[in-house]
Design a protein around this ligand. Structure first.
Ligand SMILES: NC(=O)c1ccc[n+]([C@@H]2O[C@H](COP(=O)([O-])OP(=O)(O)OC[C@H]3O[C@@H](n4cnc5c(N)ncnc54)[C@H](O)[C@@H]3O)[C@@H](O)[C@H]2O)c1
Ligand SMILES: [Zn+2]
Length: 356
């Protein structure tokens, strides 16, 4: 078991979490809990329900397409039907969709009841469950409605990863590499050592703890996202634009991987990053079977998507760029011409032309 106390609430990473959740709940004196779960993790959710002593467990069919106001309403209605009151602890079990949605529901049910987040996907463990952002998608775009609200505790259920589909692991790995470039030279080197080994052999408790520590540290310094938290956006200005321009056919993790290559290239062009380190990033992404090539031909469509992103401040494009592996610079503005050149390059695999 690994425990982190960098934020205002404990984060516990353990091979089995049901009894630890029950201990926490008993110690805090919550009299009643309702467990809300993504149906795909019904087994660990029921184990938590049993450990809590016959807590009501309510399962939902989720997935990104159901991260909507409609599902939020169903969740709130389910809490009311279960007669949850202001003293009831809501325990949410699942990936990032479950955490964002159940967290939002707990933040608004009766103007806010306590929320405990049990993360079961790699993305949720290293990213979504940390930082207190909750949300649903609107027709106009992803994560457009939500609130900032910290959970009372986060538990990363390492045992649950046994059933996580391979493609979902890759989604999370892109964020793990991102954290390594932002802050953790050791995290990055650790990944280089593990990368050739099959994922089921990885020491996940350590990998998750090292990676989420980077996010927890940055978020702890900057709760409301006005400064340093922007560094977590490394690769994401490109990634969001690639997702948007491609009609969300590129999975987020893949887009982040391509975005990390693009950020490296832009850093190289502006004299911030070395060729050797850029190649190290590309090799690691390749070993992890993450893509480097954007599946969109026209760089202009991606550039247009970039300027329409909610994070583009009054039309100027801001980037987080690597200086070395383990250190980044944020708030960097770059001319559209350089960005276009980078986007042209990421249409094909790196070759001799990568640095020209
Ligand atoms: N709040 C934040 O700061 C933040 C940060 C990053 C991402 N997010 C959000 O997180 C979401 C993506 O998270 P995600 O990738 O976990 O998506 P997800 O919750 O949809 O999980 C991916 C898939 O894996 C399944 N799953 C989860 N855990 C499993 C397990 N242990 N075994 C078997 N199947 C399992 C889910 O049912 C789903 O089908 C997006 O909506 C994104 O916006 C939020
Ligand atoms: Zn991301």
């Amino acid at each position: 078991m690994t425990r982190l106390d960098d934020l205002g609430y404990p984060i516990t990473i353990a091979p089995e979490v049901a009894s630890l959740v029950a201990e926490f709940v008993a110690a805090k004196g919550y009299r009643r809990s309702v467990v809300l779960a993504d149906r795909n993790v019904a087994a660990p959710a029921r184990a938590i329900g049993r450990a809590l002593g016959r807590a009501t467990v309510i399962e939902f069919a989720l997935g990104e397409r159901r991260k909507t106001m409609r599902t939020l309403e169903r969740v709130l209605d389910a809490l009311a039907a279960a007669k949850a009151d202001r003293e009831t602890l809501v325990v949410g079990v699942g990936g990032g969709v479950a955490g964002d949605l159940f967290g939002f529901a707990a933040a608004t049910y009766m103007r806010g009841v306590p929320f405990l987040n049990v993360a079961t996907s790699l993305v949720a463990m290293v990213d979504a469950a940390i930082g207190g952002k909750t949300s649903v998608d609107l027709r106009a775009g992803k994560n457009l409605a939500g609130v900032f609200r910290d959970p009372v505790a986060v538990f990363c259920d390492i045992g649950a990863l046994r059933t996580l589909p391979q493609a979902q692991f890759r989604e999370g790995l892109a964020e793990v590499v991102k954290h390594g470039i932002i802050e953790g030279r050791d995290v990055f080197e650790g990944l280089e050592t593990l990368a050739p080994h099959p994922l089921r052999k990885w020491p996940w408790e350590t990998v998750v703890a090292d990676s989420l520590r980077v996010k927890a540290m940055i978020v702890g310094d900057d709760r409301l996202e006005r400064g340093a938290r922007e560094t977590l956006n490394l690769g994401h200005t490109f990634a969001h634009a690639i997702e948007l321009a491609g009609g969300y056919r590129t999975p987020h993790g893949d887009a982040v991987s391509i975005g990390l290559r693009a950020a490296g290239l832009l850093a190289l062009r502006t004299g911030r990053f070395s060729e050797a380190e850029h190649l190290r990033v590309l090799s690691l992404l390749t070993l992890l079977r993450l893509p480097l090539v954007m599946p969109i031909d026209d760089p202009q469509t991606v550039l247009d998507a970039m300027t329409s992103d909610k994070k583009a401040r009054n039309g100027t494009l801001r980037f987080v760029l690597p200086r070395t592996i383990g250190d980044v610079e944020y708030g960097v503005t770059a001319p559209a011409q350089s960005v276009r050149a980078v986007l042209r390059r990421v249409r094909s695999l790196p070759g001799a032309a990568e640095f020209r």
